[in-house]
Design a protein around this ligand. Structure first.
Ligand code: PFF
Length: 458
């Protein structure tokens, strides 16, 4: 799908192709790796309540806004704003809104830089399940195995490289050809696998504690202002929101499709994946005596214990890390696509050229993250190490800020009648509710969370 401006844009083969691609972008490491550790660090059930509220009131309306902007703009994250906002005597078209697109391209660089590192860890675990090495606990235990691997200087970079090469390869041949098929088969398989594993988790000794942790809120956790920023960042990250990924995917859509149904399906599926992943992980966390607030290594230390606890569990280990790697790949593709689509148009590069150059630079950007658990330990902001700092800045600041601008653009920058028409809502109650959320609830909510996280409310 090389498309300099005079070639027609490639389109998804079908409506299902688009929904699957958007789902493939949303469902990834965010649902399993990131959701579980962030929920674990922020009180479990109370976090989940805030998280779901943010998806409904802020996330879902902005998903709809991104789809609408992309389909109408028929361009990348920056170009869609340029096309859609008229400009006036003082401002060029796209100003000041396209700042959201530019921040989005920057977020894609940041997020993919560390996403590749974590996905590399997944590939390394896949290899160790394939060889049988992790089928039973190493002499010093799974935790020590993990610690030794991530603190190395060589292996984490090699695996990050392999994952990035796969991502670049898919974007190189074109998003559509590359991912529609994988999404159709592998994502449902991952869904089935985590359901099976969560049912198994309920038979473990930690089931009641795990369920209580995930579903019975300790409301005192709400007094901590950080939980709101963590939930907001997780909602944006998990929905692939706030950086134009869904604008870019929406731009490959023709105008026949109905967007609200697509947006609702993507948000529902994404949230279900996270909750079921929580059901798979938290009972096991308690059964094996692991601290739920153990941080980003949580899945990597819990799941091996699970696979070790039943006969031939290693086969499930292979499946789990394989399917998770595939899910990570379809998300990484959407991250790279945001930047690549922009560079293709802006510099008139070919798709192949843009994928190699942009992907290569992002790989290099990720190297400090790959080294952050070893030689670069101690480098970062405050108590966060390097990889967590990049994640924090991109996910908790850039994505919600991008989302804020997108909400204001759709809610206030668009004529109301156009917004209702272009979104396929029409002048319905639901359409008006959507605009109300975009105009007031989402912007005020995001600003409120930002202010509370810097201590404005005490
Ligand atoms: N939503 C993806 C996940 O949950 O793993 C990560 C992601 C993809 C974030 C694409 C942002 C994005 F634009």
């Amino acid at each position: 799908m090389s498309q300099s401006s005079n070639q027609p844009r490639e389109q998804w083969a079908s409506r299902v192709g688009f929904i699957l691609a958007a789902m493939g972008s949303a469902v990834g490491l965010g649902n399993v790796w990131r959701f579980s550790y962030v929920a674990g660090e922020n009180g479990g059930a109370a976090f989940l309540v805030i998280y779901i509220a943010m998806i409904l009131l802020i996330g879902l309306p902005i998903v709809m806004a991104e789809f609408t902007i992309g389909r109408k703009g028929q361009s990348d994250a920056v170009g869609s704003f340029e096309k859609l906002s008229p400009g006036n005597e003082r401002l060029a078209p796209g100003e000041p809104w396209k700042i959201a697109g530019i921040m989005g391209v920057a977020s894609a660089f940041m997020i993919l830089s560390f996403y590749g590192v974590i996905a590399g860890w997944i590939l390394y675990y896949l290899l160790n399940y394939l060889t049988g090495n992790l089928w039973s606990a190493p002499t010093d235990g799974y935790g020590a195995f993990f610690g030794e691997f991530i603190s190395g200087s060589f292996q984490p970079i090699v695996w990050q490289f392999i994952f990035m090469a796969l991502t670049i390869g898919i974007v190189f041949v074109g998003v559509k050809k590359g991912i529609e098929r994988a999404n159709k088969i592998l994502m449902p398989l991952l869904g089935i696998l985590i359901i099976v594993l969560s049912v198994y988790g309920l038979t473990l000794g930690g089931a009641s504690e795990g369920l209580a942790f995930l579903f019975s809120p300790d409301w005192s956790a709400l007094a901590n202002p950080n939980i709101y920023l963590a939930a907001l960042g997780q909602a944006f990250f998990s929905l692939s929101l706030g950086m134009g990924a869904l604008i870019t995917y929406g731009s490959y859509l023709s105008s026949k499709e109905s967007l609200p149904g697509a947006a609702a399906s993507v948000a529902t599926l994404d949230t279900l994946f996270a909750i079921i992943a929580g059901l798979m992980i938290f009972p096991a966390v308690f059964a094996f005596g692991i601290d739920p607030a153990a941080g980003p290594g949580l899945v990597f230390v819990v799941m091996p214990d699970v696979f070790d606890s039943f006969a031939l569990g290693g086969i499930f280990g292979i499946l789990f890390f394989f399917l998770l790697a595939a899910a990570a790949l379809t998300s990484a593709v959407s991250l790279l696509e945001v930047a690549v689509a922009y560079f293709i148009r802006k510099f008139n590069w070919s798709r192949k050229q843009a994928s190699l150059i942009v992907g290569g630079i992002i790989f290099l950007f990720g190297i400090p993250s790959a080294l952050s658990q070893g030689v670069l330990a101690g480098v970062g902001f405050g108590d966060l190490d390097f990889i967590d700092s990049v994640d924090f800045i991109a996910s908790n600041i850039f994505l919600p800020l991008g989302g804020l601008i997108i909400a204001l653009f759709m809610g206030w920058g668009f004529k109301k009648a156009d917004a209702l028409k272009d979104s396929d809502f029409g002048n319905t109650v639901l359409g008006n509710l959507w605009l109300f959320l975009l105009r007031y609830v989402a912007p005020i909510g995001i600003i409120f969370v930002f202010l509370s996280s810097i201590g404005v409310f005490g």
